[in-house]
Design a protein around this ligand. Structure first.
Ligand code: AMP
Ligand code: MG
Length: 353
């Protein structure tokens, strides 16, 4: 920001009071040319150092992107490192792919036996169950009781018999929480949980918190489909594109954002097509099959953990009941690309269109 940069220069000049410098100049103590050199050095240093920095990394099974405005390369590097370390830390706690994660330990041991777990994992599981209540079971982390049988890269899916055998395990009421000791117990056999619909949003919120703590005022953090921006893009809003679900080179909308989060859930993220039917990673807890009502759902709101959980939820709920839910929630808005590629906006956004 030009404003900031002037402030910095002014402070530097203030180190030696301006009036005495002017006096010194007038009295010939500092030659004018030398002063110009000193000033232009100060100016060029602050111009070169304060700038945008961008970085990408791989964590939580997806691409992490960070863009931030920092005063120096050192500040940027340390901020980037703390974000990526945080993503790895959360992944090691909450990944269902990592067999040594805390979540895997719960999945391996919680059937009919209480497992005392990490408080942070416990609290995100509790939050996930709150979203199950809010969405009447559309958001359900026990989807994984069948979800783990899909392999989208290999084009593998469970047959009807396997779904029939396990469908009763999908029910968030099977997850019993003991707040006294962060205990988790599954009250049904074959229950598995997976936080893939909420953990990336949670991690993005944590990352933004870390950046704020380090004095960063303008940043964007993205983990897969979950993005949160800190501040604005220095004088203008950030502009976030919503991808065309059927053409990755095209966008269907651009959203101006400032100090907000946006999450998109789409049927094009992890999928395979078989005989004209798309099998993808968002599962209807009622059937154990992929949901085929809409193509993508984007949710905008203050917190990434909530936009993440809601984008997955509304994808399961479909246009009508999904929009009814979002229209009841203060501060949250939705943009849906429906099954016919039409754009649908929640009430708060319709006013703007
Ligand atoms: P997202 O990445 O937010 O679009 O959410 C998709 C992810 O959420 C999937 O990859 C699964 O890990 C998880 N998921 C799928 N179906 C459900 C569901 N019905 N409720 C909660 N999480 C789900
Ligand atoms: Mg989500």
């Amino acid at each position: 920001m030009a404003h900031q940069y002037y402030l910095k220069t002014e402070q530097l000049i203030r180190g030696r009071p301006c009036h005495s410098m002017a006096n010194a100049l007038l009295t010939g103590m500092i030659p004018a040319t030398r002063l110009m050199v000193v000033l232009s050095l100060l100016l060029s240093q602050s111009v070169v150092q304060a700038q945008w920095h961008e970085s990408t990394a791989s964590s939580m099974g997806t691409e992490i992107r960070v863009k931030l405005w920092a005063e120096s390369k050192r500040q940027a590097d340390s901020a980037m490192t703390s974000v990526i370390d945080e993503m790895h830390r959360i992944d090691h706690l909450m990944s269902s792919y990592d067999r040594t994660s805390e979540l895997s330990r719960v999945n391996q041991n919680a059937t009919n036996k209480e497992v005392e777990t990490d408080p942070e994992l416990f609290s995100l599981i509790s939050k996930a169950l709150e979203f199950s209540g809010l969405t009447h079971g559309a958001f359900d982390i026990t989807y994984a009781s069948i979800g783990y049988l899909y392999d989208y890269r290999q084009g593998k899916r469970p047959d009807k018999q396997s779904i029939k055998e396990r469908i009763a395990a999908i029910n968030y009421h099977h997850v019993m929480l003991n707040t006294n000791n962060n205990g988790v117990k599954f009250a049904h056999k074959n229950v598995r949980i997976d936080l893939g619909g909420i953990a990336k949003g949670y991690a993005v919120d944590k990352a933004i918190g870390l950046l704020k703590d380090q004095g960063i005022e303008h940043a964007m953090v993205t983990a897969g489909g979950d993005t949160r921006v800190l501040g604005d893009h220095r004088g203008r809003p950030w502009s976030i594109a919503i991808q065309d679900p059927r053409n990755s080179n095209k966008t269907v909308a651009r959203i101006p954002l400032q100090a907000e989060a946006i999450s998109t859930s789409g049927d094009y993220e992890r999928f395979f097509d078989e005989e004209g039917i798309r099998y993808h990673h968002i599962i209807n807890p009622q059937t154990g099959d992929s949901v085929r009502k809409v193509r993508s759902v984007s949710i905008i709101g203050p917190q990434s953990v909530t936009t993440d959980a809601l984008s997955t939820s509304v994808f399961v709920m479909g246009v009508e009941s999904g929009m009814n839910l979002i229209n009841k929630l203060k501060d949250y808005e939705a943009i849906i690309v429906d099954g016919e590629q039409r754009l649908k906006y929640s009430a708060g956004l319709q006013k703007l269109h």
